[in-house]
Design a protein around this ligand. Structure first.
Ligand code: ZN
Length: 160
């Protein structure tokens, strides 16, 4: 059993879910102001799993909502760890990370991944008397090539 505080609905910040769940005593509970939150905070409850919390919160909607929908509307802060009867720790289900995105550890935020792939372009800059061999490392080879190709006195452009 893990004692948790369920806050919501009508939270000021609902970007993570209509309901927020914290372990009883979590210091982040201090950031929830207001009388309705006091009522929630003064009413900690024991649960064994995220699933149990979901079915408690959405008890009136069990016919209409799948458990995945229920869980999708509940944010479990990382302070919440449910212990199973056998002593195993039930880790919260990992968030599904969309392709091309990365999770910032600790913050629980998903952001688009930066493309770190770079390519090298070599070319020669010339005039009547001489030429210079130059090299550019770029993460945007298409644009760089377009610029080089439109520039005067540039030849032997090669993408590596
Ligand atoms: Zn917490």
């Amino acid at each position: 059993m893990t004692s948790v505080v369920i806050l919501g609905p009508n939270l000021i910040n609902q970007s993570k879910g209509a309901y927020h769940v914290h372990k009883t005593g979590c210091r982040n509970l201090g950031s929830y102001y207001g009388a309705e939150h006091n009522a929630d905070k003064n009413n900690p409850m024991d649960f064994d799993s995220e699933s149990e919390v979901a079915h408690f919160v959405f008890a009136d909607f069990e016919d209409e909502m799948s458990e995945a929908d229920m869980l999708g509307d509940i944010y479990f802060h990382n302070c919440v760890v449910f212990e199973r009867e056998n002593g195993m720790v039930h880790k919260p289900a990992p968030n599904i990370v969309p392709e091309g995105h990365v999770v910032i550890p600790g913050a629980g935020i998903t952001v688009p991944a930066k493309k770190e792939e770079t390519m090298t372009i070599t070319f020669e800059l010339y005039n009547e008397d001489m030429f210079l061999s130059l090299e550019i490392v770029t993460s945007d080879p298409e644009n760089t090539l377009a610029v080089l190709e439109s520039a005067p006195n540039v030849r032997n452009i090669k993408l590596h």
